[in-house]
Design a protein around this ligand. Structure first.
Ligand SMILES: Nc1ncnc2c1ncn2[C@@H]1O[C@H](COP(=O)(O)OP(=O)(O)OP(=O)(O)O)[C@@H](O)[C@H]1O
Length: 713
């Protein structure tokens, strides 16, 4: 074929693909209109109010799921399974689309792979959901293991239109891997606004994690920008697709470090058609009381220690005591009596059952009432009514007995007792806490009642643990935990209670641990999470941070005292500019101005105390700056305190005065490592004070690449 003929044939193919996109869009529109029509008539067809509501919710969800995002095409890839006898390559036959068709022979078929299933009026699939079993080959097939795929096609797009495609003839041993132009363009795309999905370019090692079994809990250790957050969110979407009914009932929860992070990721799952996932911080989950006080980190560290779980357990146990008097109840002309021995048996038996404390109390009551019932039946030869059973359960002697051997207990009552009554704490903490630790736990001004307590954030975690001992905590079918390196033992336990009958995806990077109790070993976190057997899997290919910036940030690693596999960056573009300046606010304004000449977001990151000043300097220069918890803000510039930037990314990052970021907190070097790894395209580091020592190149080290002028990038 001549070059010209080749180009013509490519044009024809692209035109055909664009037509397929149009047809798919029209079909999706029809699917949505049908769902909307059903939604509108739902009330009339449903028999009763409850069914109507259920149906209404279902239909509303369905309509939301079928939304079409005009800025992204409905499909991003195509699998061509090559010719079977008598069929031309590319000729579509009826493909099996749903889950469970793994064994179908796909020879001779071609499938478009996209964000959701789209079917035509006859129910024939036009686009297969990326999560369908067949679609797996889009991510996993290789020249070595083509999985029957002859040609894998990726589409380039712009603003919802297909602009190009790229073929890999796997049947001829051709494979692009990370050299794919379309992958490179996606990774190097200037970032703006909230996080986007990565369905079009999930990498094989990421796909393995995304498609892990629902029953499997996994822990991903990955350097900054290796796609941990992306993997967690796509795994949630995948599991919801595969186990729709089950997970709709039990629920899926995403846990992130703060509001800014949660709003940054909030749009990813809805874009994948998943609108029913809970997203929360650990503080939200344990927020049964308002936090009204702060405390010395040394005190918080003790409260977050796993030993406190045992202290609380013992304190609950200590409320149960042996009966000392028989129970005697008057009932009209009768008097029923339960002797000490059966009462002892009841308490012991219930204790052995290890139920939550409040359930135990109910069980003891029920057992006492059932003994009374037996006596009444023997004497009166008839079964007492339910009302009688209730009356007995609430009778003074029974309640007095319960209050003596198994008194009612509330989480705040229990924690208040431990924190304000030194004797109670000493008894429960015997052999667990030192005298000094116990003394630290006592508040300076102990409140007289639980209601009057000014609870701290760490108290909230203790209250949650106490609540878990007293009542059952409702759990989820799957919990994705991001930035998990910052969870304390007690926070892990709070999550364990919420995933006891489900599985977890734990995501994090030990090098980015900034909490005083940050994890140093994933196996320990997994033990506290109740998933000791979960595999720890590394991700080492970085998709965010340019190689030069990674090399600069990695100078901190030896000082961070963690054992993590080094990451390699897929990005060899980008710029790094480390500069001494005279006037930080003025230099920041100038740097931001220069950055605004490019596409993409600009993040100014500074020590928390410096943020207001920098924002004011930018405002005075006429530059609008958003806050980190509003990623949808129109301003392209965001000023972010160093403590809030974890998990976020900006196209151009300006780090202001690293020494101040390090000095602001005990694990300041870890914080700086987080801060330096937020840049997608360019990083400028502006400083007046000398750089923190680990960043200064030692003799023999080539140092960071020569400073580059961002304007020339
Ligand atoms: N397979 C991929 N294709 C394209 N982009 C990707 C891929 N994987 C990750 N990315 C992009 O790389 C960036 C970093 O991903 P993500 O935030 O998930 O990393 P992370 O490991 O959670 O980082 P951090 O440790 O900083 O929290 C994001 O912009 C994400 O969209």
């Amino acid at each position: 074929m001549t070059l010209h003929a080749q180009e013509q044939s490519l044009d024809t193919e692209l035109t055909a693909e664009r037509e397929h996109l149009e047809e798919s869009r029209a079909a999706l529109r029809r699917m949505r209109e049908r769902a909307e029509a059903l939604f509108a008539t739902g009330d009339k067809v449903a028999g009763d109010a409850y069914t109507a509501e259920q149906l209404g919710r279902h239909m509303a969800r369905r309509v939301a799921e079928l939304a079409d995002d005009p800025t992204t095409p409905l499909f991003f890839g195509k699998l061509d399974f090559g010719a079977a006898t008598g069929t031309e390559p590319g000729e579509s036959r009826t493909p099996g689309a749903g889950p469970g068709d793994e064994d179908t022979d796909h020879a001779g078929r071609a499938y478009h792979v996209g964000r959701r299933h789209v079917t035509d009026a006859q129910g024939e699939p036009l686009v297969l959901d990326w999560r369908a079993p067949v679609s797996r080959s889009f991510y996993r097939a290789s020249a070595r293991d083509p999985q029957g795929v002859a040609v894998r096609r990726r589409f380039g797009f712009h603003g919802g239109e297909l602009t190009s495609f790229e073929d890999e003839r796997l049947d001829r041993g051709e494979e692009l891997g990370t050299a794919s132009r379309i992958l490179t363009a996606e990774i190097e795309r200037p970032r703006v606004g909230p996080m986007r999905d990565i369905v079009a370019t999930i990498q094989p090692e990421q796909d393995e994690l995304v498609r892990a079994e629902l029953a499997d809990s996994i822990c991903v250790q990955g350097a900054p920008g290796t796609g941990k957050t992306a993997v967690g969110l796509h795994r949630a979407a995948y599991l919801l697709y595969l186990h729709r009914e089950r997970l709709r009932r039990s629920g899926v929860l995403i846990v992130g470090p703060n509001r800014a992070f949660l709003s940054y990721i909030a749009a990813v799952l809805p874009a994948l058609g998943e609108v029913e996932v809970d997203q929360a911080t650990v503080e939200d989950l344990v927020g049964r009381v308002p936090v009204r006080a702060t405390e010395d980190p040394a005190v918080a560290v003790i409260k977050h220690d796993a030993r406190l779980a045992e202290v609380l357990r013992r304190a609950v146990e200590a409320h149960i005591s042996a009966p000392t008097e028989p129970v005697v109840v008057s009932d009209g002309s009768f008097r029923w009596r339960i002797g000490l021995e059966p009462l002892h048996r009841i308490v012991q038996e219930t204790r052995r059952e290890g139920l939550p404390y409040a359930t135990g109390r109910d069980r003891v009551r029920a057992r006492v009432v059932s003994l009374l019932q037996r006596q009444a039946e023997a004497r009166r030869a008839e079964s007492p009514s339910d009302a009688w059973l209730r009356r007995m359960g609430r009778s003074r002697p029974v309640v007095d007995f319960l209050d003596a051997v198994w008194p009612a207990l509330t989480p705040d009552g229990l924690v208040h007792l431990l924190l304000t009554d030194p004797d109670a704490l000493t008894a429960a903490a015997d052999g667990l806490l030192t005298d000094a630790e116990r003394a630290l736990l006592r508040p300076a001004k102990p409140a007289r009642t639980p209601k009057a307590m000014r609870w701290t954030a760490a108290d909230a975690v203790l209250l949650d643990e106490a609540a878990g001992l007293i009542e059952r905590t409702a759990g989820y079918g799957h919990v994705v935990v991001d930035e998990a390196q910052d969870l304390s033992a007690m926070q892990c336990r709070a999550l364990a209670r919420r995933s006891e009958h489900g599985s977890v995806t734990l995501l994090g990077d030990l090098a980015q641990g900034t909490a005083p109790w940050a994890a140093t070993d994933w196996h320990e976190s997994l033990r506290h999470l109740g998933k000791p057997d979960a595999a720890v899997v590394p991700l080492t290919v970085g998709f965010r941070v340019p190689a030069a910036v990674v090399a600069f940030a990695n100078r901190l690693l030896p000082a961070l005292a963690v054992d993590v596999p080094p990451a390699e960056s897929l990005r060899h573009d980008g710029g790094l500019d480390v500069r001494t300046v005279d006037d930080l606010p003025a230099a920041t304004v100038a740097e931001v101005r220069a950055a605004l000449a490019y596409d993409g977001s600009v993040g100014v990151i500074a020590a928390d105390a410096a943020v207001d000043g920098l924002r004011a300097a930018l405002a005075a220069a006429g530059i609008d700056a958003a806050t980190a918890d509003d990623p949808a803000a129109r301003a392209r510039v965001t000023v972010v305190p160093a403590t809030l930037v974890k998990g976020l990314e900006y196209d151009h990052v300006v780090v202001v005065e690293p020494a101040a970021i390090v000095a602001a907190e005990p694990r300041g070097l870890h914080r700086l490592y987080v801060v330096l790894t937020r840049a997608v395209s360019r990083l400028a580091v502006l400083h007046v004070a000398p750089l923190p020592e680990p960043l200064v190149p030692v003799a023999g080290d080539p140092g960071p690449p020569a400073p580059t002028d961002p304007m020339e990038q």
